[in-house]
Each structure stands twice: as C-alpha cells, then as structure tokens.
Design a protein around this ligand. Structure first.
Ligand SMILES: [Zn+2]
Length: 468
C-alpha cells in the first residue's frame, strides 16, 4: 500500500501540465497585453482494494438490515436515469465544474487505461483502476469549497444506505484517510457512491432516510485520498457490478447510458469570465485561491480580464470584445487555444482609458456561447446597486420573517433586511465593487450551509438562500 501510494504521487507529478503562456497574436490590438494563463492541474483520487471491499461489505450489511426493518423496498425493474450530481450554489460563474477522470475500462494496471469514449481520460495505479467519474470545481475550487458554492445532489431518488462525515477535507494527495461520503440505493437496486465531501457538510438525514432526485447531499470537498476539491461519483447496478454512466463505443461495463441527458465527452465551454485588479493567484494546495476580482476601476487603471474554460480544445478561438457604456466596441481581439485541456484559463491586461465613466462590458464568444461581464470605470461609490433574492425552504417555499444580514467583507459593516410573505428580501443602495457575505436566520430553520458571497457590479436578483 505504501509503494502504491508512492507510485500514484509520481504519476500525479507527471500529470500536472506544464504552465503554458498565451502567445501574442497579430490579431490583438496594440494596447492589449497578452498576460498569461494555461492549464489547471488535474484532480484525482484513489482507493485501495481493501477500502473498497470494506465499503462493499458495509453496504451489503446495511441493505440487509434496512430490508429486515422494512425501510428498503424490493428492487423494481423500472430503469433509473440519472441527473447531474453537482449544482452551483452561487450565481457569479456560468458553470462551476470540469471532469478530470472517467471509469478506467482496461482491467490491466498500472499504465493501461481506456475510457468509455476510447480515450485515456482516466488513470490507474498498481491494484486500482479508477472506478468513477471525477467532477472537480473550477475555477477557484478551494474558494468555492470554503463558501459552500458547489453542492452534491442526488443523481436519482433513493434511500441512504451509508454515510460518513467529519473527516479532514483539505487533502492534496493520496493517502488522505477516510472521505466524507454518502451512498444512495435507487429503486432498481443500483447504488450511487458520492465521495470526498467537505467536512460536516452532509445532509442531516441518516441511514434509512429517503432522498429525492436533486436533493442536497453535501458540499464538494477534498476529504480522503484526494488531490483537490471534487466529487467522485461511482455507480453499481443491482447485481453490484461497476457501471460507467456514459454510453460509448469503449464502455465494456454496460450498454446503455444511465444519464437522462448524456453530456458530450468534451463539454467545451467558458465557466467564468471575470475582471481582476491583478492576475488570479493559485497558491500551493490546499491554500484558498486569491482571485483578485474587481468590478470597479479607477480611470486609467490596469484591468486584467480572464476567461476560465472547461474542455478547451486545440485551435478553438475565442472572440474578445470590450464595449463602452453606449455599447460601441472599444477594442477586440482573438485568442486561439494552443492545446487541449480539461480546465484552462487565459488572461489579458489593458490600461483603461480615463473616459467615458460608467458601466462597460467585456464579452467573449466561444463555440457559440456568449458570456458578458460588466465592469465600471469611476469611483466605487458612484455605483449603487440593489440586491435581492428569496429565502426558501428546501422545497422552494418562501420563508417569511427571516433576517438576512449583508456584511461588507472588508469593513465588517452590516445591514439587515426582513423577508416578506413570499420570502423575498431587498437591499437598496449597496456600493458596487465591494465584497459582501449574506447570511439568513429564522428561528424555525437552519441555514448553516447557505452563506452567500457576492461582489456586485449591477442590480442583482436571484440571490437565494435555501434552508437545509
Ligand atoms: Zn475518482
């Protein structure tokens, strides 16, 4: 076990991609400075055969126990279809995840890998073939974990047959001890594994309780043998045979897709488009990233503009535009991806003009996807915005009479608003470009996992806080 852990660490080192810098292109206007970017390190995990066997034994015992006490219905032949098992609990980013590994279909190991699409987007080590899908948080996975921003939800309805919580959740390598995890058995007898969650973030429901499809299970973290915040999602059919939920030419485990809607092998898109006062900083794992995001800039200040991609492929182009407050184009340029990445980011810098003051816009067009990010030129206090949202029960019912507190992260100054009969709260005249956190309280509900972070630049609605 010690030698396999060492092998895995070596493998990981090799897997960390070389930092690639953007090359200046002739199509960039002279005032734009190509700054940098590149690949994000891949995130993976591991489990020994002994750990896996121990889990399987525990699950079998619990299934037998729950059946004996009448808490587990007999298997129904109805097919179960899966929804995506993570969702964003913040509103800033467009998307919040990427995939680093699928199930290894090649039984030989180490060094023999095959994924469902006949690629090698998986891994193995001596005695272990990767048995699930690794869905990692991107960008700023540690920041997202610390702010409860990526949630694990039940891919299908079922009964909780095992769970573990309270384990250390900031691991950066293999050999990290036990993960925080939950196991859900579906109506057809299949079982889904959800591993590596944030400590003490799991649903309060216990073994034997049922969960609905899409119900909150926990927050993505890095507990157990894990090299960064991600969900390891693993699936077994009713005969306890490992499944790969994706249908594809090289899936030798099962013929059909388990997904209600199967995503493509490469789900090419921009996860986030952000403006910064300085390049984003990615300190050594597990230190929280420093995004240096800023939305209000002094006239003449230098702006850093970054796009964060999932599955960016060689040669794909991104059209960048900077628009003045009247909507006219101030400048535009093109980025061409020099390689293929599971996750990547590229940033540019520019000295902003001194006028016109007001709300400008950054726009990227990439593979048919348009993302816009407003930013302001002017003194911060010149921009006052309104923030609003709903405080709801898990089922989506508005909670009246909840106190919502808006705290300025820098100064600690705070204000409170009360929700109306529909659970709606409003904060008017909030200074744009500063960072705030929002919390809710109400005597009959718990909001422990619902701290919201926001750095507004315009009127923003939909800042919902959901009770557990
Ligand atoms: Zn995994």
């Amino acid at each position: 076990m010690r030698s396999s852990a060492r092998t895995l660490l070596c493998l990981l080192f090799v897997l960390v991609p070389v930092f690639v810098f953007a090359q200046r292109s002739d199509r960039e206007p002279s005032q734009i400075r190509s700054a940098g970017g590149g690949a994000a390190p891949d995130i993976s995990d591991s489990m020994t055969d002994e750990q896996r066997a121990e889990i399987q034994t525990g699950l079998e015992q619990n299934i037998a126990m729950l059946k004996a006490v009448g808490k587990l219905a007999p298997e129904s032949p109805l097919a179960v279809s899966l929804n995506w098992p993570v969702r964003k609990a913040n509103f800033t980013d467009v998307f919040i995840e990427g995939i680093s590994n699928y199930v290894d279909q090649n039984p030989a190991n180490p060094g023999s890998t095959l994924d469902w699409n006949c690629g090698t987007r998986t891994y193995d080590v001596a005695g272990y073939n990767h048995g699930g899908i690794d869905i990692f948080s991107w960008p700023f996975g540690w920041l997202k974990m610390d702010n409860f921003q990526v949630e694990v939800v039940a891919a299908a309805a079922g009964t909780i047959i095992q769970k573990a919580d309270g384990n250390f959740d900031r691991n950066c390598a293999m050999g990290g001890g036990n993960p925080n995890m939950i196991f859900v058995r579906h109506s057809d007898g299949s079982v889904a594994w959800y591993l590596h969650m944030k400590a003490n973030s799991l649903t309060s429901k216990g073994v034997g309780a049922t969960v609905a499809q899409g119900e909150f299970l926990g927050v993505v973290g890095s507990s157990g043998s894990s090299s960064g915040p991600h969900l390891h999602f693993e699936l077994y059919n009713a005969s306890n045979q490992l499944q790969e939920p994706y249908q594809g030419a090289c899936n030798g485990l099962n013929a059909n897709s388990w997904w209600a809607v199967q995503e493509p092998y490469r789900n090419t898109r921009i996860n986030a488009l952000l403006t910064h006062s300085a390049p984003p900083s990615f300190p050594t794992c597990p230190t929280q990233e420093v995004p240096n995001t800023r939305f209000v800039f002094s006239p003449g200040a230098t702006i850093y503009m970054a796009a964060y991609y999932r599955d960016q492929l060689t040669g794909q182009q991104t059209q960048w535009e900077m628009l003045r407050p009247d909507g006219s184009t101030y400048t535009s340029w093109t980025h061409t991806s020099p390689n293929t990445y599971n996750a990547s980011y590229w940033y540019y810098s520019l000295a902003l003009p001194s006028s016109p003051l007001g709300t400008w816009k950054l726009r990227t067009t990439f593979q048919g996807q348009t993302v816009e990010r407003p930013f302001a030129i002017g003194p911060p206090s010149s921009a006052l915005v309104t923030l609003s949202g709903r405080v709801t029960s898990f089922g989506g019912r508005g909670i009246a009479g909840a106190n919502v507190t808006l705290t300025n992260s820098a100064t600690g100054a705070n204000r409170t608003a009360l929700t109306n009969r529909n659970g709606i709260y409003t904060f008017a005249s909030v200074t744009a470009g500063e960072s705030y956190t929002m919390t809710a309280s109400q005597r009959r509900y718990t909001f422990g996992n619902a701290v919201r972070s926001v750095t507004p630049v315009e009127n923003t609605a939909g800042l919902d806080i959901v009770a557990r």
